[in-house]
Design a protein around this ligand. Structure first.
Ligand SMILES: Cc1cc2nc3c(=O)[nH]c(=O)nc-3n(C[C@H](O)[C@H](O)[C@H](O)COP(=O)(O)OP(=O)(O)OC[C@H]3O[C@@H](n4cnc5c(N)ncnc54)[C@H](O)[C@@H]3O)c2cc1C
Ligand SMILES: *[C@@H]1O[C@H](CO)[C@@H](O)[C@H](O)[C@H]1NC(C)=O
Ligand SMILES: *[C@@H]1O[C@H](CO)[C@@H](O)[C@H](O)[C@H]1NC(C)=O
Ligand SMILES: *[C@@H]1O[C@H](CO)[C@@H](O)[C@H](O)[C@H]1NC(C)=O
Ligand SMILES: *[C@@H]1O[C@H](CO)[C@@H](O)[C@H](O)[C@H]1NC(C)=O
Ligand SMILES: *[C@@H]1O[C@H](CO)[C@@H](O)[C@H](O)[C@H]1NC(C)=O
Length: 606
């Protein structure tokens, strides 16, 4: 019914006579009648991945590109309700029925405009898992992605004086120099005891110190934030891939919500959209000569697919949407990172850095503080594999996980192909639980104590449309802790933090634990406490249109084309088959850079 409605009231889209070229804002459109009837490439979502690919496809000036974005241009950045969708998760039975805010950006630049700017990439074996889960001959592995990390990100080296004093090492072999997306070392939150924390972590059994945060290795390192090194402002998809381009062949329509993709048979030919701020404006459409590119993020990409008849057929039938392609994996395989906000300690004796040169310490900090009033972020992290988190228990945890019936903890509506896909993931991840390379535990060091993050949950959630309200907000269900192994792993992470704070180098400072507290001792006490504390999202949703074989419940193939269709490519965070042990934006940039090359090759772009 909804599809017919949209088709019936199509607005005739009038052409403008020439491409606008003068002001940076003439290629920003706010109304349907201001855009062309047809473009070579139409991109759904002007966010992190969408603007990256838009830049690449328009760069030779030969092809017209339109990005359609639900949000607007904003003069400010950072987390704020006016730049974010207002979504609350379903209650989480595994976490005592708590609900959680689902933060994602809705603004030009997408989530890169509101995110925390922590700029990390995953490890080698985490990307190699994407290759294994590709079913054969996949180029989605560490080697295949490294050139795109380099193309996607320019590293600004640290201040030499700080680099020397804090051992901030780096290797340009892992970074590029041409992208206008920058990683910059921000170090203005350093405490006088940061070196004590650094050395204590370095001396924990099994902790390595790789030369660079981008080396694909776990361990202890300083990492950059996504920040412009000169202006000392947020570096994000809009600043790096839109603001200075002003290309006559690259337009953006803002304040427009794409409802569905138009098809001729199973070939994508355009999209239908409505105005965000005017309910009495009829839906309009725009055609794509070469390719429709879906970049609405892991929450809304599944909605647009389902609204277009691509998804799990029982749900589509409930919603009265004719099935174009029955793809049960759309909206499933949902993953995020999870964390406990504070394993809380206070120092008995506050440590100080014995060779701290206060003048040296303060000076560079002041320089940076002057450039970024109140800005910056802590930038020292310990990224730790499971055998190092829990040398005694990792083998038992891996065995328990690999002996699970793959269907045991999956949503009841999973079909056979999806269960097979999870079985393949289980095989890969049972192996990776025994490897030190993939990062399970992340701790940002600015102690005492602090947050612990579990970066590889084995539970799988869903992001599905409400069949009674297909255009309403998506129903986000983390299904957190539905697989009990996630709580068992979190318990070991709490114990790691306890060992770090109270044994080894830090023992002498006699830190006192207030959370969970000395009365919470046994594994089952810790597990019960963890279920009260775990937050199932670090705002890193992925996986809801996974790149896996169709017979494993995948949604896109190795070239990111939606199964059963032509001329439709997905390029955003939803294509990751399993999450990486790192904040997700840098990986989204690399995936988008690779996707741009794939689309160029496929569509004869030159
Ligand atoms: C609060 C927060 C903090 C984060 N912190 C970090 C961090 O510190 N470090 C890090 O690396 N990563 C972080 N992330 C994650 C990272 O930013 C995302 O993984 C990444 O930006 C996702 O890129 P994307 O292209 O998949 O989606 P997005 O960048 O979200 O882009 C999707 C775009 O599509 C638009 N859209 C959606 N539906 C429609 C529609 N129907 N029609 C038209 N447009 C539509 C949206 O408005 C949005 O602009 C954070 C994210 C958030 C939200
Ligand atoms: C929506 O709002 C924008 C900015 O406020 C405005 O420019 C545009 O004309 C509005 N669109 C409609 C269809 O009212
Ligand atoms: C978010 O939505 C809820 C109801 O769904 C509403 O009560 C609340 O005011 C909204 N918040 C914002 C900031 O719009
Ligand atoms: C991998 O490539 C080889 C050589 O092109 C081909 O024979 C084989 O079928 C491919 N395997 C898969 C699983 O696609
Ligand atoms: C400095 O970092 C290197 C890695 O680049 C590491 O090998 C070395 O041990 C570190 N030195 C100190 C003093 O911590
Ligand atoms: C799909 O895109 C290609 C170019 O990439 C184009 O030649 C072809 O006509 C498109 N298919 C249809 C059916 O529109």
């Amino acid at each position: 019914m909804v599809l017919l409605e949209a088709a019936a009231v199509l607005l005739a889209v009038s052409s403008v006579s020439a491409w606008p070229t003068t002001s940076p804002y003439t290629n920003v459109k706010t109304r349907a009648e201001q855009i062309e009837a047809e473009y070579d490439y139409v991109i759904i979502g002007g966010g992190t991945s969408g603007l990256t690919v838009g830049d690449r496809l328009s760069e030779n000036g030969k092809y017209s590109v339109l990005a359609i974005e639900y949000g607007y241009f904003d003069t400010q950045t950072g987390m704020n309700p006016k730049r974010m969708f207002n979504i609350t998760s379903k209650p989480q039975p595994g976490l005592n029925d708590r609900t959680f805010p689902v933060g994602i950006g809705c603004v030009v630049g997408g989530s890169s405009c509101v995110n925390g700017q922590v700029f990390l990439r995953g490890t080698k074996e985490e990307y190699n898992a994407w290759e294994t889960l590709g079913g054969g001959n996949s180029t989605w592995n560490w080697e295949g992605l490294l050139p795109y990390f380099k193309k996607g990100i320019t590293l600004s080296p640290p201040e030499p004086v700080q680099a020397k004093n804090y051992n901030i090492t780096y290797d340009m072999a892992y970074w590029g120099t041409t992208s206008k997306i920058f990683g910059t070392f921000g170090t203005n939150y350093l405490q006088p005891y940061i070196k004590v924390l650094y050395n204590a972590m370095k001396n924990m059994p099994g902790i390595a110190v790789p030369v660079d945060s981008g080396a694909g290795e776990p361990g202890l390192y300083w990492y950059p934030i996504s920040q412009d090194p000169i202006k000392y402002e947020r570096s994000y998809a809009r600043s790096g891939h839109w603001d200075d381009l002003n290309r006559g062949n690259y337009e953006m329509l803002v304040g427009a919500k794409v409802t569905n993709i138009l098809f001729d048979g199973t070939t994508a030919t355009g999209v239908t959209f409505t105005s965000r701020n005017s309910s009495d404006t009829p839906p309009a459409q725009v055609k794509a000569r070469r390719q429709v590119i879906l970049a609405a993020g892991a929450v809304h990409t599944p909605q647009i697919l389902m609204r277009s008849g691509i998804g799990p057929s029982p749900l589509l039938k409930d919603a009265d949407i004719p099935v174009l392609v029955d793809l049960p994996g759309v909206g499933s395989n949902f993953q995020d990172h999870s964390y406990i906000r504070n394993i809380a300690y206070s120092w008995g004796t506050t440590p100080t850095d014995s060779d701290l040169d206060l003048e040296l310490f303060n000076k560079p900090r002041d320089i940076i503080a002057a450039r970024a009033p109140g800005g910056g972020a802590p930038s020292l992290a310990a990224m730790i594999g499971l055998p190092v988190v829990t040398p005694d228990k990792y083998e038992a945890l891996a065995q328990a996980y690999e002996s699970q019936d793959p269907a045991a903890y999956l949503p009841s509506n999973y079909e056979e192909t999806q269960i097979e896909g999870y079985k393949q993931q289980q095989k890969v991840w049972a192996k990776l639980m025994r490897s030190t390379n993939p990062v399970f535990l992340e701790i940002m060091l600015h102690g005492p104590g602090g947050a612990i993050q579990n970066l590889h949950c084995m539970s799988r959630g869903t992001i599905l449309m409400d069949p009674k309200d297909p255009d309403g907000e998506m129903q986000v269900d983390y299904r957190a802790a539905s697989n009990p192994v996630d709580v068992d792993v979190m318990v070991e992470m709490i114990k790691f933090m306890r060992r770090y704070m109270t044994t080894g180098d830090l023992a002498q400072y006699e830190a006192k634990e207030s959370l969970p507290g000395s009365n919470i001792i046994t594994d089952s006490e810790l597990a019960a406490w963890a279920k009260e504390q775990i937050i199932p999202s670090v705002y890193h949703p992925i996986g809801t249109a996974a790149k896996m074989p169709r017979e494993w419940g995948g949604v896109v193939d190795e070239d990111l084309q939606v199964y059963g269709t032509t001329n439709l490519t997905i390029i955003d965070a939803s294509i990751m088959p399993t999450i990486v042990g790192a904040t997700t934006s840098m990986t989204v940039y690399a995936v988008a850079e690779k996707a741009a090359d794939i689309i160029k090759a496929r569509t004869g772009w030159d």
